[in-house]
Design a protein around this ligand. Structure first.
Ligand SMILES: [Zn+2]
Length: 332
């Protein structure tokens, strides 16, 4: 059932952070050193369609497995990254779209008197930004923006080593900045959001909708004649092979991403922007058009000051490393 990477308990100096990354698909758990070395890890499917008690039970049994594997290592604290809106003070989750059973749940108050370590929680995208700042492309940055482009688009902002939370912990909803007021309806209820135009979901949806325009598009054959079989990966593959319709679709996606990044540059004046998520795997294809858009539309003084724009190197570990960064940063 789980993907345990080690059989026996660990020995050594410690300390380690016990960290968990709870997403719509996986509950990941790990023991992480202050330097970012993952000394033990495991994961199980979230089973997000189950009721809250079942999901909480799975999370707690993974936590307990980590405690027993820590063996002789000192645990410094527990860090939890959770997919969904969360109050950073109380730890209460509000209508997490991908794990609905955790609505209203606070692991902070749930565990406070039941474990001997401090419990710290955060939104997964905010923590990913913190992970990039401490362990990834953002080391040494003053203002770092992390943008994840996946089934949805999310983000986090770190200023001077601290996550920018906003008044209620909701800052950084970068996927829901408006790119086109006449654009498609977004799942947040607004119109023409970056997520509705450039997420993996949006890329696949646009390709399915526009397929009738492209009589000769190879995407039809690649999806065995069924438009429903087209994914964002299909669109990138066809474009790489020279398919006209998929190239047009991705040109628009690159311009939308460019516009989103220009908004980020004008709003936060970051010195580093890190792109993560599944769509970033095709960054080589998108990058030239995205950069061209940014060059054309960003205020010249901000361009002159310069900034780094790069793809995340932390892969699937970003959630765990982000939660570890939160633990190490929060301890005296
Ligand atoms: Zn939206």
């Amino acid at each position: 059932m789980s993907d345990d990477t080690g059989g026996t308990s660990l020995h050594g100096e410690g300390p380690v952070a016990l960290v968990m990354d709870v997403g719509g698909n996986w509950i990941r758990v790990a023991l992480v050193t202050p330097g970012g070395d993952i000394v033990w890890r495991d994961r199980v499917p979230t089973g997000a369609q189950d009721n809250g008690q079942a999901v909480i039970g799975r999370i707690e049994s993974m936590r307990d497995a980590a405690i027993s594997h820590a063996g002789g290592l000192e645990i410094a604290g527990i860090g939890l990254g959770l997919a969904g809106p969360i109050d950073p003070e109380t730890g209460i989750m509000y209508n997490p779209p991908n794990i609905p059973g955790l609505d209203g749940v606070s692991f902070k108050s749930l565990w406070e008197n039941r474990v001997e370590w401090p419990v710290m929680v955060g939104n997964d995208a905010t923590l990913a930004a913190l992970g990039e700042y401490r362990y990834g492309g953002g080391v040494g940055a003053h203002t770092l923006v992390y943008l994840t482009v996946s089934t949805g688009i999310g983000g986090g902002v770190v200023v001077n080593g601290r996550p920018l939370m906003g008044a209620n912990g909701m800052a950084g909803e970068l996927g829901h900045t408006c790119i086109d007021i006449h654009g498609p309806i977004c799942k947040c209820g607004s119109t023409g959001c970056l997520e509705a135009l450039a997420s993996g979901t949006a890329i696949a949806y646009t390709a399915r909708r526009r397929l009738p325009e492209g009589d000769g598009s190879m995407m039809r054959d690649m999806a065995s004649g069924d438009p429903a079989g087209i994914s964002s990966a299909t669109v990138f593959e066809a474009a790489t092979l020279g398919d006209q319709l998929s190239r047009e679709i991705l040109d628009d996606v690159a311009r939308s991403l460019g516009a989103g990044l220009v908004n980020i540059l004008h709003t936060f004046n970051p010195d580093v922007i890190v792109i993560g998520g599944g769509v970033s795997l095709n960054w080589d294809y998108l990058q030239p058009s995205v950069r061209a858009y940014i060059e054309e539309h960003t205020m010249s003084h901000i361009q002159k000051l310069g900034f780094r724009l790069e793809v995340s190197s932390l892969g699937d570990d970003i959630g765990l490393l982000g939660a570890a960064a939160l633990v190490w940063q929060s301890l005296p």
